[in-house]
Design a protein around this ligand. Structure first.
Ligand code: AMP
Length: 428
């Protein structure tokens, strides 16, 4: 299927062509006509599927068809994080470059005054995180009574982050007569319930089974002791000559510490997390995209919405507590059909957590150990969240239920070896 069969206007087709897209992705094929027809939509689409264009293109078309005679925003896109808001805005600007529509991103961590000035001048589309939007509502600096389209992007994550009451307040301030689109990686009970309240007879679009991981990504687990993870990571980056690696830690503190340690190992690195100023986050991301730093260490929340072209390597330095986060994390790589490698460093205590992930993603993730980094820690059988299960851990082998090697995992295993006899791959 081609883009020009979707009913999009020439200005949008031109912009899409300039982005280098040749074919609409499955979610775009299904969602664009539905949105153009004016239906409400509930779409399950994970990061990397092209979901942003799936809602942005028809939105821009509809806004450009009818000009507003007033300066109030006509469309509102809510996102969980600043980074995602900025990313959606970047896409919206690229797709709308041949249309004369005004858009504004609204999020915290930056001075509110320029946002107020721009809102006064007149804006068609607002892309906002819930907290800062509420701030504007309380100050009376944004009016939402002319909103025709509401888009909830990564709705599952917004709920995870506790934005439910904020969303409720925002939706109450919107006209009842509107089009509402909800995008979510998963359709949990909470999401379905939210959809039933905010959406009107929605069409459902499901492009991938919930929680499936993007196929282009090779996934691999390495069993290693917690205290050896740092040196193994440095070794893997160095010996494989990885140039752009996104590393996930569970805590902000852990992200800071690891970035410093990697620097000490001679690997230019930076950390991004919620405690960093917006300026520092933007700078770190910019340096990473321009290859000025090799490693970006991030917490889950900070990484949400990052879109880095052709990001080849993602490393789970800590295994996420919430299995769904694994899907989001590795969705950073291999985006829109490109290849990627996602490596998880699994300590003994994290064994149970990783087993939960295996069950969720339902694909085989081969487990390896590396020479010189053989695990010695006891293996926990259950999730560390449950002390009773954890205390039963110990012994129990080396988590080798997926002992076989898969060729894909070795595609980046070439390159310079440091020749210290460590880190040779070995199937566990
Ligand atoms: P998203 O899932 O919206 O975060 O998009 C993931 C990536 O896919 C972004 O880098 C987009 O620029 C890219 N993309 C979106 N649509 C297409 C398409 N039809 N063909 C190729 N790449 C696309």
């Amino acid at each position: 299927m081609q883009f020009d069969s979707l009913g999009l206007k020439p200005e949008l087709l031109r912009a899409v062509g300039e982005q280098g897209y040749t074919q609409p992705t499955p979610v775009q094929q299904k969602a664009i006509p539905v949105v153009l027809e004016g239906h409400d939509l509930m779409a399950s689409a994970q990061t990397g599927t092209g979901k942003t264009a799936a809602f942005t293109l028809p939105l821009l078309q509809k806004l450009s068809e009818r000009r507003a005679g007033h300066p109030r925003p006509r469309a509102l896109i809510l996102t969980p994080t600043r980074e995602l808001a900025a990313q959606v805005h970047e896409n919206l600007r690229a797709y709308g470059r041949h249309l004369n529509l005004k858009s504004l991103e609204i999020f915290g961590g930056v001075n509110i005054n320029p946002q107020i000035t721009k809102l006064k001048r007149g804006i068609d589309v607002v892309i906002a995180t819930p907290g800062r939007l509420i701030d504007h509502m309380e100050r009376g600096t944004v009016r939402l009574d002319a909103i025709e389209t509401l888009i909830l992007d990564e709705a599952d994550r917004m709920l995870d982050m506790g934005f439910r009451p904020a969303i409720e307040r925002i939706v109450k301030a919107l006209p009842k007569q509107r089009q509402t689109l909800l995008f979510s990686a998963t359709f949990s009970k909470e999401i379905t319930e939210m959809a039933s309240r905010y959406l009107n007879d929605p069409m459902r679009v499901e492009t991938a089974p919930p929680n499936s991981t993007v196929e282009a990504i090779a996934q691999q687990a390495v069993r290693v002791d917690q205290k050896k993870k740092r040196s193994l990571l440095s070794w893997m980056i160095g010996s494989n000559d990885w140039r752009q690696v996104l590393v996930f830690t569970r805590t902000k503190h852990g992200a800071n510490r690891l970035a410093k340690q990697l620097e000490t190992d001679g690997l230019p690195a930076a950390a991004i997390h919620g405690n960093k100023s917006q300026g520092a986050r933007t700078r770190a991301l910019g340096d990473f995209k321009k290859n000025r730093i090799r490693v970006l260490v991030a917490t889950d929340i900070a990484a949400r919405g990052l879109d880095i072209d052709q990001l080849p390597h993602v490393v789970n330095y800590d295994i996420p507590n919430v299995p769904e986060d694994y899907v989001h994390r590795i969705g950073r790589t291999g985006r829109a059909g490109r290849d990627g490698l996602a490596v998880s460093l699994v300590s003994g205590a994290e064994h149970g957590l990783f087993e939960d992930i295996r069950k969720l993603v339902k694909v085989e993730i081969p487990t390896e150990t590396m020479d010189g980094y053989e695990p010695t820690e006891p293996v926990s059988k259950g999730s560390p969240k449950s002390p009773a299960r954890r205390s039963r851990g110990g012994g129990g082998g080396r988590g080798n239920r997926n002992g076989q090697k898969v060729s894909a995992q070795n595609r980046s295993g070439r390159g310079r070896q440091r020749g210290r006899g460590q880190g040779q791959r070995r199937a566990a």
